[in-house]
Each structure stands twice: as C-alpha cells, then as structure tokens.
Design a binder for this molecule. Structure first.
Ligand SMILES: [Zn+2]
Length: 148
C-alpha cells in the first residue's frame, strides 16, 4: 500500500473514533506501532471526565504508552482528525512520536503550522515527520456539523 492510502485508512479509523463521545468536540486520535498495529484510540473526553487536558491525542498517547509500558513512542505514528493544539503538539514531541498525520487544519488553535509550529521548532530536541490535510474535507465537515 502506498503511504497516502495507508494514511487515509488510518484517518478513517480516527474519524470513526471521533464520533464516540457525542457531547464532546468530535476529535479522534489513534496511535500505531512501527508495524502499523493500533496501540490505542481515543476521542475527546473533556465533557465526559471534566478534565481540561482530556484531549483525544493526550488520551491516545497515554494509552499507547501504557500498552507498551514505556513513555517513549519514538517509532510510533499518531493519527488525529484535527490539527493538534499547543498542549497536544507539546505532548507528542515529548513522547518522541516519529510521525504525525492529521486531518483538518485548525486556524484558531492549531500548533502544527497554523497558530504555532511546535513540532518543527528547531529549539526543541525532537521533530516528527508531519503529514497534514489527510482526508481534510471529511475531517473539517465533522467539526462543522458539530458546531452548526
Ligand atoms: Zn489538544
């Protein structure tokens, strides 16, 4: 499978995860191991848990680290339907995620090029490979439907 097809396949899975918590902003994230096996999946759980840090990416990173028994996820891929915020971009850099794949751009809070560029800041010691705009129309539509 070529890379773009693989990314789209993963994004479809992240999109299905995004709609699991109907009261939260629909964002879905999955973490895949080096062999492409899914280590974890999460949607936003801020409303569900009352936790301001319960973004899909944070939860997926935590769960993937728990599965592996190791905080370093340096050969892993994070796939998320929306451009990560500053917190999540910071967390994925700290987890040493190798590859980030995201769907829709988020001009108001995005920290992967829109508002900030945390993942490509040369002052940080880790910079993942980034693929943005994967299945962008579907991912953006999901957000529009929620906020309508
Ligand atoms: Zn976030």
């Amino acid at each position: 499978m070529i890379r773009r097809e693989r990314h789209e396949l993963w994004m479809r899975r992240a999109l299905s995860v995004a709609s699991t918590s109907p009261s939260d902003v629909p964002v879905g994230a999955i973490v895949l191991g080096p062999d492409g096996a899914e280590l974890s999946a999460a949607g936003n759980e801020r409303e569900l848990t009352g936790d301001p840090t319960a973004h899909a990416e944070i939860l997926a990173l935590r769960r993937a680290a728990a599965v592996r028994g190791e905080w370093r996820l340096e050969d892993c891929t994070l796939v998320v339907t929306l451009e990560p915020c500053t917190m999540c971009a910071g967390a994925l850099v700290l987890a040493r995620i190798a590859t980030l794949v995201f769907g829709a751009w988020e001009p108001k809070t995005g920290a992967v090029g829109s508002l900030f560029d945390v993942v490509r800041d040369p002052r940080l010691n880790h910079r993942p490979e980034v693929y943005g705009g994967v299945l962008e129309p579907e991912c953006a539509q999901l957000m529009r439907d929620f906020f309508r």
